[in-house]
Design a protein around this ligand. Structure first.
Ligand SMILES: Cc1cc2nc3c(=O)[nH]c(=O)nc-3n(C[C@H](O)[C@H](O)[C@H](O)COP(=O)(O)OP(=O)(O)OC[C@H]3O[C@@H](n4cnc5c(N)ncnc54)[C@H](O)[C@@H]3O)c2cc1C
Length: 309
């Protein structure tokens, strides 16, 4: 069949009540503010809409899910297939005694603050993590000595056929910034357990974490959070610093002077600049200390020939 007679992807999609956009610029929704477009961006109307979409979608079409894009680097060539973006429809936050039940599109910050309003403690650490509940589940996000695995009771996810799964926290296989849950499953909600506490203590904890974070991380910049996982027993930033990479640049991509495990986009960095810089950091760290750093940031899309690791 000649290329120009192939059906467009948009014409092969199931009917949905959600929002569909062709060639959607993903730099607009990721923290790095760079990278290419999604062939199709789909914002489901609700869980039922997403379930039906998955059930009836041709199985050869690639799927990628995004939360707030705070831990991803979208490559310049963009993402083929359908990118699913869970938005406000997946944002409700409800309470059941000391449990908080949040949609996967709810902001971590909103969950943490809703708990504070109810004098519930344990989720203060989420106040500084700039992502969604779905992204936090996938990444086992954590800060200041606590992570998702410490507070999760269970979560709900859809598989590629649109079937719903109730997953107990015990079945997540949590480890540092990792879960064993099938990478193709899409989280749609989570139940967390909090503990009653007095409001002043919660406020104090949140304030301390906020001050600490603002003084140690470039939170007001275009960044993707921690670039590399900490190798066992070591801090990635120390190894990067020791290898002389603090402040290193490639084009407009820079290793943050404030926290050298953060890469920042000074304005016009391409995804390729950021990835090339990350790879150069990995190379220098290995040469200097023998540690091979593992990317924590999820790089999505077809790799550039020159930057593959
Ligand atoms: C300034 C800054 C500070 C940060 N500080 C921290 C920190 O202290 N601790 C920490 O752990 N992280 C931190 N991060 C990283 C990031 O915020 C977390 O990893 C966050 O949990 C990612 O959530 P997200 O919604 O943005 O996910 P995205 O970045 O959109 O996606 C991350 C991964 O999760 C997957 N995903 C997203 N939603 C779903 C879903 N519904 N179902 C299945 N998979 C999904 C994506 O496919 C991707 O693989 C920081 C980032 C920034 C920019």
């Amino acid at each position: 069949m000649l290329a120009h007679t192939l059906p467009r992807l948009i014409d092969r999609l199931p009917i949905t009540r959600g929002e569909i956009k062709e060639q959607a610029d993903l730099s607009a929704i990721t923290w790095f503010r760079t990278g290419g477009s999604a062939e199709i961006l789909y914002r489901p109307a609700d869980i039922e809409d997403l379930g039906l979409f998955l059930k009836t979608l041709d199985s050869d079409i690639e799927l990628t899910v995004l939360g707030l894009g705070s831990n991803v680097l979208i490559r310049d060539s963009g993402v083929s297939g359908v990118v699913i973006h869970l938005g406000k429809a997946f944002g409700p936050i409800e309470f059941d005694g000391n449990d908080v039940i949040a949609g996967a599109g709810a902001l971590d910050v909103a969950v943490s603050r809703a708990c504070r309003e109810r004098n519930l403690s344990g989720l203060e650490f989420l106040n500084g993590i700039p992502g969604t509940v779905g992204g936090a589940l996938r990444m086992n996000a954590g800060a200041y000595g606590r992570e998702i695995s410490d507070v999760l009771v269970s979560a709900q996810a859809l598989d590629l056929s649109g079937q719903t799964h109730e997953i107990s926290a015990l079945d997540f296989g949590f480890s540092y910034r990792h879960t064993d849950i099938d990478p193709s499953w899409i989280f749609v909600s989570a139940r967390f357990r909090a503990t009653p506490a007095n409001r002043e203590d919660i406020d104090r904890k949140m304030a301390e974490m906020g001050i600490n974070r603002r003084s140690s991380q470039p939170v007001q910049t275009r960044t993707g959070g921690s670039t590399f996982k900490n190798p066992p027993g070591r801090k990635a930033w120390e190894l990067i610093d020791q290898a002389g990479c603090r402040g290193l640049t490639v084009g407009d991509a820079k290793v943050s002077e404030q926290h050298c495990n953060f890469l920042i986009n000074l304005g016009n960095a391409s995804a390729s600049d950021l990835e090339t810089l990350g790879e150069e950091v990995r190379r220098r760290v290995e040469e200097d200390s023998g540690f091979v750093l593992e990317w924590e940031i999820r790089r999505i899309g077809v790799p550039d020939e020159e930057t593959t690791s």
